[in-house]
Design a protein around this ligand. Structure first.
Ligand code: PLP
Length: 366
């Protein structure tokens, strides 16, 4: 795969060598148990919880893009909680993003604190506390939903120097947007539910690392706790991965147009898109990211105005999640998130840019 660019790598990632008469991407293998040799015991395929060939092919594909070995999970939360519970022990300290994915913080309070883990929080854009004494530091960049960015090479080096394991949630960027393992992280966690698979039809998560001891512990954790994705979901995800370069390119182009439009409107505040030169995240994002995601956040002031906005738009669906083919927006406050009542996270789909800009303009005018 070396020497190829993103689009080529995405199309070919994880595919078997060509065999005449065989498909490009083999179909899903549906099996709980497999036939066994009762004397020699199981090879790769013995039972579906520890292993499945469709899952292995997907893991090989994501691994080529992230630059590490991958274990797939049933959701992003299954992957993130697996890493946290594999690494952390009573008495340990973990540092989490204070502005990152809400459910990770809720999990920390509900599950880690009662186990005797000290949970500290730091904003994605800094300033950072001393990492001294931390077992694990998790960064999320760009952060969901506020889209702040952290200087990964710098903060990863500082956390590592303090003896912490460095994890990065790469959900928003995807491995085509940045490769945290090349920027100093020990391990990547991510939701594949979002832009990576991008069709709003599958829940998926993964852990990626070059640390074989950590990989073994995560593999054992997954086999014993059982949060594995099914074969059909793995196959859907692998099929969708082939177009990730095309999808991201259109989403980024749409976000650039949308962010420029929103920035120039006096009736919209707090516009964030790390690709805007005026955005506080722009310098760091342009230094470490290879592309900027198709997500723009902004504030319409009140819940009532967001209601009128959705009612007037024909293209922007009210939905959570992001990175899908269809443009959608999420009023985060409805989830009990700590965002203002008119705050929206807009996820640009792959519609034509001119149509999206026209629809957004009409929705705001209404
Ligand atoms: C969605 C999301 C998750 C959780 O992923 P699921 O697949 O929904 O479990 C974790 N981190 C970030 C940044 C996310 O956006």
């Amino acid at each position: 795969m070396s020497g190829w660019s993103d689009g080529t790598r995405a199309v070919h990632a994880g595919l078997p060598e060509p065999v005449p008469g065989a498909p490009f991407l083999p179909g899903p293998v549906f099996a709980a148990p497999y036939h066994l040799d009762p004397v020699a015991g199981p090879g790769e395929n013995g039972y579906g919880r520890p292993d499945n060939p469709t899952r292995r092919a997907l893991e090989a594909a994501i691994g080529e893009l992230e630059g590490g070995a991958v274990r797939a999970f049933a959701s992003g939360q299954a992957a993130i909680s697996a890493l946290l519970l594999t690494v952390l022990r009573p008495g340990d300290t973990v540092v989490l993003p204070s502005d990152g994915y809400f459910t990770v913080r809720a999990f920390a309070e509900a599950a880690l604190v009662p186990l005797g883990v000290t949970v500290a929080y730091a904003p994605t854009a800094g300033p950072y506390p001393s990492f001294a004494g931390a077992r694990l530091v998790l960064f999320e960049t760009p952060a969901n939903p506020g889209l702040d960015v952290c200087d990964l090479p710098a903060v990863a080096a500082a956390a590592r120097a303090a003896g912490a394991l460095v994890a990065v949630d790469n959900t928003t960027a995807t491995p085509l947007g940045q490769r945290p393992l090349d920027l100093g992280a020990d391990v990547v966690v991510a939701s594949g539910t979002k832009a990576l698979t991008g069709h709003s039809d599958v829940l998926l998560g993964y852990v990626a690392t070059r640390d074989t001891a950590l990989l073994d512990r995560v593999t054992t954790w997954r086999a014993q706790t059982g949060g594995v994705p099914g074969a059909f979901d793995c196959w859907l995800a692998h099929r969708s991965l082939a177009t990730v370069d095309l999808r991201l390119a259109r989403q980024t182009a749409n976000a650039a147009a949308v962010a420029a439009l929103l920035r120039d409107r006096p009736d919209v505040t707090g516009v964030r898109w790390p690709g805007l030169e005026s955005d506080p995240a722009y310098p760091v994002a342009s230094a470490q990211m290879r592309r900027i995601p198709g997500i723009v956040s902004f504030d319409l002031g009140t819940a009532e105005r967001t209601e009128r906005f959705f009612a007037a738009s024909r293209l922007i669906a009210a939905a959570t999640s992001f990175g899908g083919l269809h443009t959608s927006a999420d009023r985060r406050a409805q989830w009990g998130d700590d965002t203002p009542p008119g705050f929206l996270r807009l996820s640009c789909g792959v519609e034509d840019t001119a149509d999206l800009v026209a629809d957004l303009t009409a929705a705001l005018d209404a």
